[in-house]
Design a protein around this ligand. Sequence first.
Ligand code: MIG
Length: 657
Amino acid sequence: MITRYTFGTPFNTEAAVMPVQASSGSLPPFLGLSEDKLTLTMQLDPDDIVYGLGENMGGINKRGRKYISNCTDDPNHTENRTSLYAAHNFVLIQGAKCTGLFVDYPAIVTFDVGFTDKDIMTVSVEEPDYDLYIIDGAGPSDIIREFRQLIGESYIAPKWSFGFIQSRWGYVNENDVREVAAAHRDNNLPLDGICLDIDYMVRYEDFTIDEKRFPEFENFVAEMRADNIHLIPIIDAGIKIEDGYQVYEEGVKNNYFCKDADGSDFVAAVWPGRVHMPDFLNKDARKWFGDKYAFLIDKGIDGFWNDMNEPALFYSEKTLKEVFEKLHEYDGKDIDLQDLWAFQGLVNGLANNPDDYRSFYHNVDGRSIRHDRVHNIYGYNMTRSASEAFKRIAPDKNILMFSRSSYIGMHRYGGIWTGDNSSWWSHIELLMHQLPALNMCGFIYCGADTGGFGGDTTEELLMRFIELSMFTPLMRNHAALGTRLQEVYRFKDIDSFRKLLKIRYGLIPYIYSEYIKAIKNGTLLFTPMGIAFPEDKTARRTEDQLMVGESIMIAPVYKPNAAGRYVYLPEDMLMLRMRGLDDMDKVPMKAGHHYVDIAVNEVVVFVRNGRALIMGKEAQNITEISHSDFDVYKCGDASSYEYYDEADKCVTLQFEK
Ligand code: MIG
């Protein structure tokens, strides 16, 4: 049962699609509300587990920490961070009684989940204008299903986007891309996509192609497609201020950009230098911007990633001017340590400055709304703008879309990636924690920069990272400019990488089927152990293993120099230790605690009792995957498996005893 409480006059985020009458009653007794309506309080029992909060740092159990929903471009995902790129204001409390809470409010929301007082969760908003949804159900899965009904069905990504995608900020022209494609094909490494980062554009101008770098872009797209490789260009939020640049000129003419308080177009700076910010909250602007994707779709492009849409601002013109003036005040002064910090702070505080977010305005159906009040739905509406346009531009195509920033509701328009992680071991573990929380909010097509974006990866780290990413719908190797080259063929043990990638392709029939089921049934593709086995105390505290779909459990290695790891089995399972598609050990395992050997080039999967894992055969790309030729790995007697080869094509595979 979902109950909605409305406080003040909330901004309509359109996160929820199912109408729920606002309750006129008072809040249930377990939830306290401060008199100013800004803070909700809930007592937590020591055994309660708090799940949720989508893309955030921390564990699967969110207790013991503070989280601030405030979409931020922060490439340093250190343990103390409270905000990443998204705002996913959903928590699920599992205890004697289970409850889901969704705070639908597009500005800053703070979740203090046992940080100030370990037994108390407080949720605070900045203004008393929001919708609060309280979801009751028989248990976590029930509540998740109801929540997903409330927010609508998830975007379904095209099948090819489950193939391996190679990316790097630093492929600057068609030869770079050609080389990457050829290196994969020559080394017999499967591949279905290559991302184009910002360098394909002219001066970082959206919807342009630099002809010096890509002289015949359309032919190049076709050449790659003939080799079954999809190119996936990036689109950034900011639009360069430049006379003669059509997107800029149209935006200015039609008032499609965000405004300053005085009504002039707000000036900030991002990659292109000085930019205006499209007003994605204005429906006409949204339509206009979305239609621009046709420029690339007409050239054969069928996948995009939307970046910098928190929105990230390197600085604003106004604040930059002020900072320069203030810096001059220090000139000739005897600078002490306090001064030095203040001096440095001026420059370091230029990017993503809260004052800047309070200085520009959106036009929402004729109403002027200050950006900070709706900050968290900017990226969501950029992606919505694209996705709604795809249906007009190319109604027969299913176009890949994944975004960096998001809010609840954006899952109907695209997937996400988890932004600028690093080549750190802890970021493999972090991804395990993020995946189920993202799934709860409807983000099923997602993944992290495999191998890590920032910093230098190693062969071992990349291999272990792949051994988790091979289960995520978006499986992309991506790295930052200036870091160690990270394509799998750059390393010594290409043979093992090849075998692991082939295992991924073998898993695609299963992963895609389970992906579709998660969308259709409002379930999770990645389920925390405590939700899959709610009665099992140990399972509830196991945060480094996940159920993937209905049949399997994974237990990735996320420590360096490990020869294996501890694994907890809540029930008897069949362990598959895979070194390649045709090099697998089957080991029946008893419920309980185990130390399992897992060499660097091995991946282990545990098949649940009474369930089956289907594995496809060797493939170089998605088109080569057979839809009928599977190896079946059963644990106990599993007699059938519901197999989706497309979103609305389900076949029941029957197995012999
Ligand atoms: O300020 O386009 O998260 O994936 O490679 C950095 C360059 C901008 C951030 C994205 C990253 C991308 C990078 N972008």
